[in-house]
Design a protein. Structure first.
Length: 195
């Protein structure tokens, strides 16, 4: 069975999931589907003008410390971004348009590393370009394709589908009709997909 990984490049808890999901599903023999989407419209529909981690300081303080612990336990480098949440729109369009390419997993990890390890502005075209594990010419072509109306529509469709599926945060994992939310549910989602 397939496991759909619904993630947002600005999402803190999507970061540790993105860094380990490919290895875990490969070990389990599960098929992985990359599903980038945007949380902004979902938050807006709930009446939030910003990330709930910014709107509710106690929740935000807990999240940053929790993420530090998770990354430390997994020996994963982490630096709190100076801007949160960052705009991952272009990177999401790339990931959506080219989700089935063999380089997509590396690209996704590179973008998360740029944001949560190197504190780079992932809305910057050159930063996104540097995350593509391809030649300069190929990378430029991919970015141009990702800025077309077709690619923009693909990401909008993913974000609309996330709402229809009942997704309210990232990371989320869909297996059949089952929704699993949060990095701490990744292993459970993988086990479910093996049934």
């Amino acid at each position: 069975m397939k496991l759909e990984f619904w993630f947002e490049f600005g999402s803190t808890y999507s970061y540790p999931s993105a860094m380990r999901i490919e290895e875990l599903v490969t070990q389990s023999g599960v098929s992985l589907v990359w599903k980038p989407f945007l949380l902004g419209p979902i938050f807006k529909s709930q009446g939030w003008s910003d990330s709930p981690f910014n709107l509710y300081p106690a929740k935000g303080n807990y999240m940053w410390r929790d993420l530090e612990r998770i990354c430390r336990n997994r020996e994963l480098e982490f630096r709190k971004p100076t801007v949160f949440p960052r705009n991952g729109l272009l990177a999401a369009r790339v990931a959506c348009r080219f989700s089935e390419q063999d380089w997509i997993a590396e690209f996704v990890r590179n973008v998360f590393c740029a944001n949560f390890q190197l504190d780079k502005d992932i809305s910057n075209r050159n930063v996104v370009k540097s995350c593509l594990p391809l030649s300069v010419e190929e990378s430029e072509s991919i970015l141009s394709e990702s800025e077309t109306e077709h690619s923009k529509a693909l990401l909008r469709n993913n974000s609309n589908m996330a709402v229809e599926l009942g997704i309210f945060g990232a990371p989320s994992f869909i297996v059949g009709n089952e929704l699993f939310w949060g990095d701490d549910r990744l292993e459970q989602a993988i086990e479910w997909s093996k049934q």
